[in-house]
Design a protein around this ligand. Structure first.
Ligand SMILES: [Fe+2]
Length: 176
């Protein structure tokens, strides 16, 4: 029913490469939170879960002498821009509907405002859901990026979420 599943995205080498960098466990938690929040807010759970899973794939490694350099990161980070672009390219390549690919990319672009000049941005419900989901999983000192999860469990969690979305989408299409 969907052109692209979470498993298609999750198992793709591009996603694997960048999720290893920014935290596999964090990405899966945020996908789950985004899914639940989406259901509560009348947002498409498929788009929310995909944006949640991919929201941090734009991270660069700001290491200096083997340690994470927060100052460099704060000054130079544009991970939301890079992530939106990477996710969009990947989604289109895998056959996602271009309108949905754009919605997911925009939710990733606006999941944080740490890189933006001071401005008030009016987020739509999907964008709000992904931002809140990310905040729900945040740990002090950026520890959420380093939390470990084993491969099989990660795969299983994504499969379960895919299955839930397939079921929910049937209801969602009826109501929207
Ligand atoms: Fe995040």
């Amino acid at each position: 029913m969907r052109n692209v599943t979470l498993i298609d995205l999750f198992t793709h080498p591009i996603t694997q490469k960048y999720l290893k960098r920014s935290g596999m466990s964090h990405a899966i938690s945020v996908a789950n939170y985004a899914y639940s929040l989406a259901l509560k807010s009348g947002v498409n759970p498929d788009l929310a879960a995909k944006a949640g899973l991919l929201h941090d794939i734009g991270h660069y490694e700001w290491y200096k002498n083997g340690e994470w350099d927060y100052e460099q990161y704060r000054e130079n980070d544009i991970h939301a821009i890079k992530g939106a672009e990477r996710a969009h390219k990947l989604l289109i390549r895998l056959g996602e509907d271009p309108r949905d690919a754009k919605k997911i990319a925009l939710a990733i672009l606006l999941h944080t405002d740490s890189y933006l000049p001071e401005a008030t941005i009016k987020q739509n419900p999907l964008q709000r859901v992904v931002k809140q989901a990310d905040e729900l999983d945040e740990e002090p000192g950026g520890r959420h990026h380093y939390r470990k999860i084993n491969k099989e469990l990660a795969f299983q969690k994504i499969c379960i979420l895919d299955k839930k979305i397939e079921d929910d989408l049937l209801d969602f299409k009826k109501t929207v």
